[in-house]
Design a protein around this ligand. Sequence first.
Ligand SMILES: Nc1ncnc2c1ncn2[C@@H]1O[C@H](COP(=O)(O)OP(=O)(O)O)[C@@H](O)[C@H]1O
Ligand SMILES: Nc1nc2c(ncn2[C@H]2C[C@H](O)[C@@H](COP(=O)(O)O)O2)c(=O)[nH]1
Length: 202
Amino acid sequence: MYIAIEGPIGAGKTTLARLLAERLGAEPLLEVVEENPFLPLFYQDRKRYAFKTQVFFLLSRYRQLSRLRERPLFGGVVADYLFDKDAIFASLNLEGPEWDLYLDLYRELSLKLPPPDLTVYLRAPVPVLLERIRKRGRPFEEGMDPAYLEALSEAYERHFARYAHPLLVLEADQLDYSQPGPDQDRVVALVKTQLAQDGRTA
Ligand SMILES: Nc1ncnc2c1ncn2[C@@H]1O[C@H](COP(=O)(O)OP(=O)(O)O)[C@@H](O)[C@H]1O
Ligand SMILES: Nc1nc2c(ncn2[C@H]2C[C@H](O)[C@@H](COP(=O)(O)O)O2)c(=O)[nH]1
């Protein structure tokens, strides 16, 4: 069983991936964005650092997800990202020959990765995302541009409107699974039900 959680910045992906991994007896597969040395520079000058930032993410995501093919998944995996995320961000930040070169690389690498058994797409309004980003407190995200978040949310909507694999869409502002309580049980139950409907067991 391989579950991926996606959604815009601050939607609650890592929080949900940890919770599901714990409740389903699976391994969390988490991205460490702080490992990307270009990311803080990207937020200072998006045009200048977009390509370097993206290629670093592309390679590290590819390497991490490739390992899923190389070893048996005994208890399953819950990842806090989908490989497609890379192209969603790239489509907003790259253009011209850099975008063409990037897309060539992305297409080649994506062919080699398995799709998840279930993807959970977390939706939330921009003000909620901004509040959660503020609460998380990463220094380089302090001046997050609401227009960038809006464009990113729209790109996610377009992507999942034509997504061809099993998908569960959750309104992430309606469920507080960040602390113990009934919403945690509710979100776990929703995922289990979806897995069962798709013929998978958790
Ligand atoms: N469903 C939720 N309700 C309220 N707060 C949440 C929820 N999910 C996450 N949070 C909080 O929002 C912040 C961002 O969550 P995080 O999981 O890091 O988001 P993402 O991985 O999507 O960027 C964290 O401070 C987290 O505790
Ligand atoms: N330019 C890009 N930035 C990215 C990409 N993936 C993530 N990020 C940034 C967005 C956030 O500031 C931070 C963490 O992302 P979360 O979605 O985990 O909150 O990293 C990317 O591909 N390109």
